[in-house]
Design a protein around this ligand. Sequence first.
Ligand SMILES: [Zn+2]
Length: 269
Amino acid sequence: MTDEPDDPDGARTGEPYRVAELTWREIEAALERTSTLLVPVGATEQHGHHLPLGVDVYMPEAIGERVAERSPALLAPPIWYGVSPHHAFKPGTFTLSSETFRRYVADVCASAGRWGIENIVLLNGHYLAQDPELEIVVRELRTEHGLEAFHAPLVNLFAEVAAEIRTGDVSFHASEFETSIMLELLPELVHVDRAERVDPPEESLPLTDYDALGTNEVGWALTADDMDELTRAGNIGDPTVATAEKGEALVAAAVSKLCDLVDALEDAD
Ligand SMILES: [Zn+2]
């Protein structure tokens, strides 16, 4: 197979990759060329005045599309609901219990294992908050289902680039990074005119009693009451410094790392 000469990204064949749009026979054919499934995992939760509730799904799904366009991997329908109890102080937020979420994601992935998928990459757009659950899912898929499973929080994939390009001090939620990525991926859903800078008040640190050391050296978790005290708008950080150019760089970094991972997995099979 050769790359199209006019394709600067080395994109592959234009093969369809969205599992939900294929027939079972087409999946059978796709499994001749790949054994890797990308699973976007997000949450539907408040993202301030300027971003829609679906950001944490839109980001990994669009990044998954770009990876699937450049690699043989298939793209699963996304997991729309996640673990978001700390965002329940605003309407439109859905949250699952930790146990329900873990079981649901693990069952989705295990069923793909039964029809021939060997490698699972969980593209986590609701990073930090549901990292612990997805780490457990990965362990279960590996130990109980024999799958090569990976948890890829987007924030880790673009961390180096983010450190280089950031201009705001705090980008905790719905701020510089998420807004920039949405400006790159789905600008029509970003209300730039409503973006508001929210600095966490000095006296709010440490954020909870559990973080009494103030250094994240002991485990803790934000509650909806904590978030309600921290931000009226819903975001924490400065979305007004977000740009599509920053988003493009963050997305490119994530896509490139994921393509490397898929290549390595496909070569190993
Ligand atoms: Zn988010």
